[in-house]
Design a protein around this ligand. Sequence first.
Ligand code: UDP
Length: 323
Amino acid sequence: MHVFVTGGAGYIGSICVEQLLNAGHAVTVFDNLSEGHRSAVDARAAFVQGSIGDPKDIFQAIKDSNPETVIHFAAHALVGESMVNPGKYFRNNVANGLNLLDAIVEAGVKKFVFSSTCATYGPPDRVPMTEDMPLRPINPYGESKRMFETILNWYHTIHGLEFVAFRYFNAAGASERFGEHHRIETHLIPNILKVPMGQSHQCEIYGTDYPTPDGTCVRDYIHTLDLAQAHILAMAPGKHGFYNLGNGEGYSVRQVITACEKVSGHNIPALEKPRRAGDPPRLVASAEKAVRELGWKPQYPKLEDIVSSAWRWHQQHPNGYRD
Ligand code: UDP
């Protein structure tokens, strides 16, 4: 199958592209390299540098590559930044995303796979969270993804576009070749690992007064390789709808620090800081629907295995991608 991947030079996108190619698919990556890296694009993929902000760019690229499926990773994805600059999130994740959807409809693409997020739910009434729970996002990032999910439903109703929207919990870990390198790193695991890498003296904990067992936020970490597998399963004809992707286990910030200490063999001091705006206290997935309906089976559910893969990649790429 020919797959067109927006954001395929980014963290999750690059690993998904690699896995698609390994599974025998042909891939075209479309990325503006604002967050992604050219050297994160698997050499077996075709690469088009362009922006979904430009309707002509995106339509031309899709028309030229004539894919059966489009997978859409290109988006801004930082909770904290979205609380400071909401316009950036609504513009790129919603308005620019519409350029992509219109191009797909015009080009006659039948299948769309979308990276949504558990941030669409906001603080849940109970965990683990199922897809039928109310969507009450508490940050513009989550809101922008919720809006796009709503738009997708209308494109399905009106244009017959078949889609799978994955609500990722916390993506982490690396493949053998591709890993996490953000130009400004805000994510928990890569920031903690900077300490044993010798790039930082201490990590930071954003909030120790949450209503959780140790007072720090609880998240459900999911290996990027398992995310990639779900995308491949979602491409099968007839698969449609909203699916959580997580492991069903919550780990607090302190537990993640402990896991990083164990994996790296280093003591990792932590500075306790105030809460970060927009963070729900606890997000844990039920991914039973994806298991049941897509046949998804996570291969790396253990936090230590996820952290080990990240640690290995960071040791091999102390400065990330060079470009
Ligand atoms: N966090 C933290 N220190 C950091 C980075 C993140 O305490 O250096 C916390 C953050 O407040 C959140 C959790 O770790 O509760 C996961 O944050 P991350 O940014 O990795 O992912 P998010 O859940 O925002 O998508």
